[in-house]
Write a protein that binds this ligand. Structure first.
Ligand code: C2E
Ligand code: CA
Ligand code: CA
Length: 667
């Protein structure tokens, strides 16, 4: 397909202004309404009639002087026909065109008959040939020239036999005859050539125009399709696909604008959080299809219950948010909630079965309970959470003094969601060393890097992430980044030591954990034997009997397994024997009282002995001083981890330490 430049160029070269010879055949080519071309054609015949006028006057004078009425009339007729073509070119029918050529021919023949070959007759012959070519193409040219040759032959014989009233030298006769015929032919051929070029140009122009039209149509269609796709993508981004209600982000944007407008006009806004009570049970008892149907029905009922200028959005699995755009006074709030309970008064029909549902509500008001959209939503959700404590179908109004902690908790969940999306969790690495202080492993510990460059410690977010269900995503990010980094160490000439990554009980419970780890190992290229998974004792216990199988599957990937914080849980030593693990980690709480505390020393040596008897390695955590280290070394502990050797370090600093091979504080 040609590009646009190529399409434009030929059109410039065939501009009608470049063609000055246009005959009436052009009318068949030129589409009606092309004013410029009509003008050009008419212009040509006007010029011809102007020249004809100039030629006519001396010719008429000549005819009068000779007293030749026939010549006079014929001259006038020819001029009239050219003028008619100039004035009404579209009416130039065949008869008129043929008559004009015949008239020229007769005029030429008559003049040569009467006045000899050296008369104006030759010029009329030339004109006849020119017009014949213009009107009928090469056929016209051949016919006209042929007729002239015949006429000249007849005249030549007549002259030779002395039947004409004039005489001429034979050579001059032949030269003049050939001259006029040749001149006519040249003029005719030139006309035909120009005509042909013009025809090709117009064909090309028409083709280009239709191709351009087609491309324009195609472009218009493509633009329409793209526009539709953009609208759809925009809708999907801002709306919940199931209920088609705006989603949380879109609600927050609208609320931000509403807050700005309400602040200017001193109005009160209400933000209501609605949660369907015990929704999980619907899922369990009636299946996901039923819960989807209920959510769609709820969305419809909520839309019907609120005013059209209120905004209803879906903010979570069974949670909705409503922006009440104009609350008259804080006292109205209770009435509003009473009214809003009505959508849940009627039962829901699920596959022919009537299911009664209730919802709880939390309400926050602008400006009383917050002046930022985010804050208002969290306040309403905090009120909803507290209403849950009062049982199904209850409601609470936000009360800042009581709920500050809850808001903080919700705020961190909100921030967690954003941090997961932007992948703001990074692993730091704490060396694990042997009894000589040589680095023989590392534990990856999550840090949350904030936009201002500061870091949050796990104590501030791991529990919140576990509570709010984000730990799976968070753990996956840390696992991926740790494996990716560890895979790069041998490439940078560093020792290929194993890396230990913490798996939360929630992650360990997940059905996808084996698949996830396999895929991360595959993507990052880390050898499975270099990945150690630290699972807390309680995490393993919670999984019950399935734990052994799960651990075996993880080990089958080629990874090693460590029991974190060993001894703090409630595992029986009997079951411990069955776990396919490689290592136990002696928790900091056991190490810290060493060596002075006799009871602690007894427990620590018992744990180390037990682990060794089961063929587990022992890593002591939280080793902070030389006394602890010396005691543990004496108790035949296998590896050590603690501030005595190194604090957790950012990847770059850890790699510098690894290059030296030693934990920072052991010479
Ligand atoms: P943990 O797995 O028991 O990790 C050891 C914690 O002890 C780390 O705290 C480490 O900085 C700290 N520590 C190490 N040596 C010493 C020492 O000599 N003295 C003292 N006082 N502390 C020491 P951190 O990094 O704050 O992590 C705390 C906990 O957060 C971890 O305990 C782990 O349970 C959890 N965590 C950290 N990262 C992750 C992660 O990526 N996923 C999961 N699920 N949990 C993580
Ligand atoms: Ca750990
Ligand atoms: Ca630990």
């Amino acid at each position: 397909m040609q590009n646009e430049d190529e399409l434009m160029r030929p059109e410039e070269t065939i501009s009608p202004r470049d063609y000055r010879f246009i005959d009436s055949r052009l009318w068949r080519l030129v589409p009606k309404g092309q004013k410029a071309l009509e003008d050009i054609s008419r212009g040509f015949f006007r010029l011809a009639s102007a020249i004809g006028c100039g030629v006519l006057i001396p010719n008429l004078a000549f005819a009068i002087r000779e007293g030749d009425i026939f010549l006079f009339v014929l001259n006038c007729a020819c001029f009239a026909m050219v003028a008619a073509l100039a004035l009404w070119p579209r009416k130039a029918n065949r008869l008129l065109r043929a008559s004009l050529i015949v008239a020229f021919f007769v005029l030429g023949t008559y003049q040569e008959l009467r006045f000899g070959v050296v008369s104006a007759g030759g010029a009329w012959f030339c004109s006849a040939t020119l017009f014949a070519t213009m009107f009928y193409g090469l056929l016209g040219l051949v016919l006209s020239c042929g007729s002239q040759v015949l006429t000249c032959l007849v005249l030549g014989f007549a002259m030779a036999s002395g039947r004409l009233g004039w005489e001429c030298d034979t050579l001059a006769f032949v030269a003049f005859s050939i001259g006029t015929i040749g001149l006519g032919s040249v003029a005719g051929l030139a006309t035909e050539t120009l005509y042909e070029r013009l025809r090709l140009s117009f064909d090309l122009r028409r083709e280009l125009a239709s191709e351009l039209d087609a491309r324009k149509g195609e472009l218009e269609r493509e633009t329409a399709v793209r526009h539709d796709a953009e609208l759809r993508a925009d809708f999907l981004e801002t709306h919940d696909q199931l209920t088609r209600l705006p989603n949380r982000e879109s609600f927050e944007r609208s609320l931000r604008e509403a807050v700005r407008a309400a602040a200017g006009r001193g109005r009160i806004l209400g933000v209501m959080a609605i949660g369907i009570d015990r929704f999980m049970r619907i899922n369990e008892t009636h299946g996901p299809g039923a819960s989807d149907a209920i959510l769609i029905e709820t969305a419809g009922r909520l839309l019907a219950a609120f005013r059209s200028d209120d905004l209803v959005a879906r903010s979570g699995e069974a949670d909705f948010l409503v922006l009440l755009s104009d609350v008259k006074s804080p006292e109205d709030a209770k009435d509003i909630i009473e009214k809003i309970k009505r959508p849940f008064d009627r039962s829901f029909n699920v596959g022919g079965q009537e299911v009664g549902l209730s919802a709880s509500f939390g309400l926050a008001l602008f400006p009383n309970d917050g002046d930022r959209a985010e804050e208002l939503i969290l306040a309403a959700e905090a009120a909803l959470r507290l209403s849950n404590e009062d049982g199904p179908g209850s409601y609470r109004l936000f009360d800042a003094s009581l709920h500050a902690r809850l808001v903080k908790k919700l705020l961190i969940e909100h921030e967690l969601r954003a941090a997961i999306r932007s992948g703001s969790f990074i692993p730091w690495y704490q060396p694990k060393v042997d009894c000589l202080g040589r680095i023989i492993g590392a534990e990856a510990l999550a840090r949350w890097s904030l936009p201002d460059g500061s870091l949050r410690q796990p104590a501030d977010f791991i529990a919140a992430a576990e509570r709010s269900g984000f730990i799976g995503d968070l753990g996956r990010i840390v696992l991926f980044k740790s494996c990716e980094r560890a895979a790069s160490w041998p490439r940078s000439g560093l020792e290929p030591i194993p890396v230990s990554v913490n798996l939360s009980p929630y992650q360990f419970r997940s059905e996808d954990i084996v698949k996830d780890i396999r895929s991360i190992l595959g993507t990052t290229g880390l050898e499975p034997s270099r990945l150690d998974l630290e699972i807390t004792e309680s995490g393993i216990m919670e999984e019950g009997t399935g734990a052994i199988e799960k651990l075996a599957e993880l080990k089958a990937l080629g990874c090693s397994i460590s029991i974190d914080d060993f001894g703090t849980g409630y595992s029986s030593f009997a079951t411990l024997r069955d776990y396919p693990v490689d290592c136990v980690k002696l928790p900091q709480s056991f190490v810290e009282p060493l060596p002075a505390d006799g009871r602690a020393s007894t427990i620590a040596s018992a744990v180390i002995a037990l682990a060794h008897s089961l063929d587990f390695r022992v890593v002591a955590e939280g080793v902070e001083n030389r006394e602890q280290f010396a005691w543990l070394d004496h108790a035949a502990c296998d590896q050590y981890q603690g501030f005595l050797f190194s604090k957790p370090l950012p990847a770059e600093d850890f790699e510098l330490a690894l290059a030296k091979g030693l934990g920072a504080t052991v010479e």
